[in-house]
Design a protein around this ligand. Structure first.
Ligand code: NAD
Length: 497
């Protein structure tokens, strides 16, 4: 039995599987074994063109864009049920293609993705036009005539053709995070996954076909920057929802500017956890450890900068070091493994470069810093912790996207806030303290889209908005306005009588 979904050798365009005009295929590698799991089809200009045309036609002519929320919800529930029915196959693919461990799968990679889809369906069903109160005004053109009376309805309409471009780390979650709000809101979508993880998105074509999503509403084109560039410059595309690095986000902003597209950018992070002197040091250390090792540090919102009060810093570092002795790293298909591999050799080489940068900057290597001796194959890297890190160094400023944590000492709350905010990124933040009111005050001053106090709910919470300040992005995913991000507001004003 092969790995599920790797039999797919075509792209999904206008409700059908279409062979790519590009003859080349891209080997997709299992990062834990370095084995090629399959040769994926690569899309080119012809496929990007066909996918945009199909999405445009389906949006302009319906029926999907003109259905009621109730009608779309019926189809999206079938879509959800089909994903859940195929859950074991999807999880097996995600382990082989993205290196996802058992814990990550039940968290954001699969379980969180289904929760997000449920949330989008419920939100769509709750949406109603906003009616303004009846207004009575003097008639400005005929002050002696009767007053005017009228009201308005603010309608939400689908935005149009959406392009969803996604990163490799949570490929199923990220693609579903574009499909769910875009389709529930009535848009048509063209998805372009990362070339590292094409199958985790191509599978949605099979699911869409099986539940009868009308043709052209969901299209999937693989490929790299050339295809991405076409999708982000074409005038027929109305909205781009991008999840990836800040550098590519900035490039996409430029690509999309001449045609003035709406942009939604979910970018990188280098998030700070502030540990006050009165914090539970054990819990704080475990939170830090969970973050910099989770998915080998390949997460945008992970807390990887630890701003720790100098009075508890030694205990914080020692606790992490002690716990790491029991941290099992290895093949992610083993349910007892807590930490899998990095996605590719280049990601591991980048992590190695940052270890050297850390050492050169005078930071103190506490643990890790090299490839694990017992794992000869696979792109593994040891969980790595530095202490005495200078917040101005590249080790503390750059997103590494590998399993590296940086500890920075401080003495006053003001210093801690200044250090946390001294970052070009602003996705997540956290404050741990026994004084919850002071933690709340500090949370308000962090320049980030989300803040956890004492670990938050330690789970992805789709009910609250998620997104970044500064170079971490523009717009929010999830939360009460999620579908509104994919819709136009239209005010219809009318007289009464
Ligand atoms: P990346 O920016 O290198 O690539 C992301 C996607 O953009 C890929 O599909 C890629 O093929 C495509 N792309 C590259 N150049 C393009 C161009 N010029 N035009 C259009 N598309 C182009 O990111 P990655 O290495 O796949 O993922 C890691 C990054 O993603 C990290 O920075 C991480 O923080 C970020 N991320 C953010 C979130 C979030 O929600 N904020 C979630 C996951 C990952």
């Amino acid at each position: 039995m092969g790995i599920p979904y790797t039999h797919i050798d075509k792209l999904f365009i206008d409700g059908a599987w279409v062979a790519s005009s590009e003859r080349a295929r891209e080997p997709v590698i299992n990062p834990a074994t370095e084995e090629v799991i399959a040769e994926a089809p690569i899309g080119g200009r012809a496929e990007a063109e066909a996918a945009i045309a199909a999405a445009r036609h389906s949006f302009d002519h319906g029926p999907w864009s003109q259905m009621s929320m109730q009608q779309r919800a019926e189809v999206m529930r079938r879509f959800r049920d089909a994903l859940v029915e195929n859950g074991d196959r999807i999880k097996a693919l995600l382990t082989a293609e993205a290196g996802a461990t058992f814990g990550i799968m039940n968290g954001p990679q699969f379980g969180g993705a289904i929760r997000a889809l449920d949330f989008a369906i419920e939100q769509g069903l709750r949406m109603k036009p906003e009616m303004t109160p009846v207004e009575i005004r003097p008639n400005p053109y005929d002050p002696r005539g009767n007053d005017m009376i009228g009201a308005a309805s603010v309608e939400h309409e689908p935005f149009g053709v959406v392009v969803g471009i996604t990163a490799y780390n949570y490929p199923f979650f990220l693609s579903l995070g574009k499909i769910a709000p875009a389709l529930m809101a009535g848009n048509s979508i063209v998805l372009k996954p990362s070339p590292f993880t094409p199958y985790s998105t191509l599978l949605f074509g099979e699911i869409a076909q099986s539940v009868g999503i009308p043709k052209g509403v969901l299209n999937i084109v693989t490929g790299g920057p050339e295809v991405g560039s076409m999708l982000t410059t074409d005038p027929r595309v109305d909205l781009i929802s991008f999840t990836g690095s800040d550098a590519v986000g900035a490039a996409i902003m430029g690509q999309a500017a001449p045609t003035l597209k709406k942009l939604h950018l979910e970018l990188g992070g280098k998030s700070a956890l502030i540990v006050r002197a009165d914090a539970d040091v054990q819990a704080s250390a475990m939170l830090a450890l969970m973050c910099f090792t989770m998915h080998s540090g390949q997460g945008c919102a992970l807390l990887t900068r630890y701003i720790v009060h100098n009075s508890v810093r030694a205990a914080f570092v020692a606790t992490i070091k002690g716990a790491l002795a029991h941290w099992k790293q290895g093949d992610p298909s083993d349910p007892s493994v807590l930490m899998g591999p990095l996605i590719r050799a280049a990601a591991r080489a980048k992590t190695e470069r940052y270890v050297q940068i850390g050492l050169d900057s005078g930071a103190k290597l506490i643990v890790g810093g090299k490839r694990p001796a017992h794992l000869q194959r696979g792109y593994f890297f040891e969980p790595t912790l530095f202490d005495d890190v200078d917040n101005r160094s590249a080790l503390a400023q750059d997103e590494i996207f590998g399993p590296v944590g940086a500890v920075i000492g401080y003495d006053t709350d003001e210093q801690a806030i200044a250090l946390a905010n001294d970052s070009p990124l602003g996705l997540y933040g956290a404050v741990n303290s026994a004084d919850k009111a002071q933690a709340f005050r500090m949370a308000r001053r962090l320049r980030t889209g989300n803040v956890w106090i004492n670990g938050g709910l330690n789970d992805l919470t789709v009910e609250v908005p998620f997104g970044g300040y500064k170079r971490s992005g523009i717009g929010r995913e999830f939360g009460s306005r999620w579908l509104a991000e994919y819709m136009q507001e239209k005010a219809i004003v009318y007289p009464i009588g």
